[in-house]
Design a protein around this ligand. Structure first.
Ligand code: UT7
Length: 323
């Protein structure tokens, strides 16, 4: 059975925080942020606006674009998020209730690799016959867990959400391969905890995002090309067959490094980090939507989605675009 993405929708909160705004509160410059990361601005959720609200708005955008029929027969909702509204209920259950769906619902927590992990799980449910149609969302409010006094992390993240429908698609379209993995030994390089929580080493966790940028950069520039090569192999594709790569938007320099390592033109990579920064599990659907809107992705294109981040973890999907 061929399973693919048949609809997509996104949402970015109204408030925009430019690099120049951060110059007022942090020892940083627009020049440093742009040259080191490619980021110009990020969107910030309002007080009282939580991840479920962003997820619901992304689904509403999907419905506005593709019609209400897109949600008919959805029997499973998965939200990939590291910033859920609560420990429980799941953010997915709040989305299910809002749209009145007769569906199972759960969250997946794999930070920046989460959305592609969720796609892999969703596809497997459809192939197994336990679901007909799955709503897969990546939604984050990292602004609520960022330490706004730490210039090493505060400039990097933003809030946002993206939603997709997965269902059976025609022959020759849809997912052709997946590749995923994790290495929890890297937990010390990128984490965020609730007060009172600890790493297995006993080290107390701060209640906000902590990152060893250089170590994560090294990991990211190694794992992204590796995951692209592996997922292409799993799909039976040659690297030359790939039309477009939609990577996690953590740093434009990581994407450039992958393009150089693989010897693939940088024009094959969709880059949208400039306007929305790193939205963790939401960056790949946001970049995918950007690629579709700018005509970079069209029916029949061989597309690779690739995520990496906290865990450490990574995930990639190869699919032939179906609409
Ligand atoms: O989505 C999860 C996955 N995360 C990632 O993939 C992030 C991977 N890491 C990165 O993207 C980069 O390492 C960063 C963007 C986080 C940092 O860039 P870098 O080129 O690796 O900078 P650095 O950490 O080596 O810092 C260089 C200098 C330091 O100053 P000294 O020690 O050389 O005097 C930092 O203190 O830049 C300083 N610095 C800043 N300066 C101005 C760090 N942050 C800032 C800032 N503004 N915001």
């Amino acid at each position: 059975m061929n399973v693919g993405i048949s609809a997509i929708g996104t949402y970015l909160p109204e408030k925009i925080l430019h690099n120049t705004d951060l110059e007022l509160t942090l020892e940083t410059t627009d020049e440093w942020i742009q040259s080191r990361t490619g980021i110009k601005a990020r969107h910030i959720a309002a007080e009282g606006e939580f991840t479920s609200h962003l997820a619901i708005a992304a689904v509403q955008n999907l419905v506005n674009k593709h019609g209400a029929a897109a949600l008919e027969h959805v029997d499973l909702v998965i939200v990939a998020t590291a910033t859920p509204d609560a420990y429980f209920p799941s953010t997915a259950a709040l989305v299910q209730a809002h749209f009145g769906l007769k569906a199972a619902a759960f969250d997946i927590m794999v930070a920046c690799a989460g959305w592609v992990y969720a796609l892999n799980v969703a596809r497997a449910q459809i192939v197994a016959g336990t679901s007909q149609k799955v709503l897969v969302i990546g939604a984050e409010t990292f602004s609520k867990i960022v330490n706004w006094y730490d210039r090493n992390t505060a400039v990097l993240f933003g809030d946002g959400a993206g939603a997709a429908i997965l269902e059976p698609v025609g022959a020759g379209f849809g997912f052709a391969g997946f590749y995923w993995g994790a290495d929890g030994n890297g937990a010390k390089f990128l984490h965020s905890g609730a007060l009172g929580k600890r790493l297995p080493s006993g080290e107390p966790l701060e209640p906000f995002v902590v990152q060893n940028g250089r170590e994560v950069f090294k990991f990211a520039t190694r794992i992204m090309p590796e995951a692209i090569v592996q997922v292409a192999k799993n799909a039976g594709w040659q690297l030359e067959d790939i039309d477009r790569i939609v990577p996690h938007q953590a740093n434009a320099r990581i994407i450039e490094a992958a393009s150089e390592r693989l010897g693939l033109a940088s024009s094959k990579f969709v880059v949208s980090i400039e306007r929305h920064a790193n939205n963790s599990a939401a960056t790949i659907p946001l970049a995918l939507e950007h690629g579709i809107e700018h005509n970079l992705i069209k029916q029949g294109d061989k597309v690779i989605l690739v995520g990496f981040g906290g865990g450490l973890a990574w995930s990639a999907a190869a699919l032939t675009w179906s609409y």
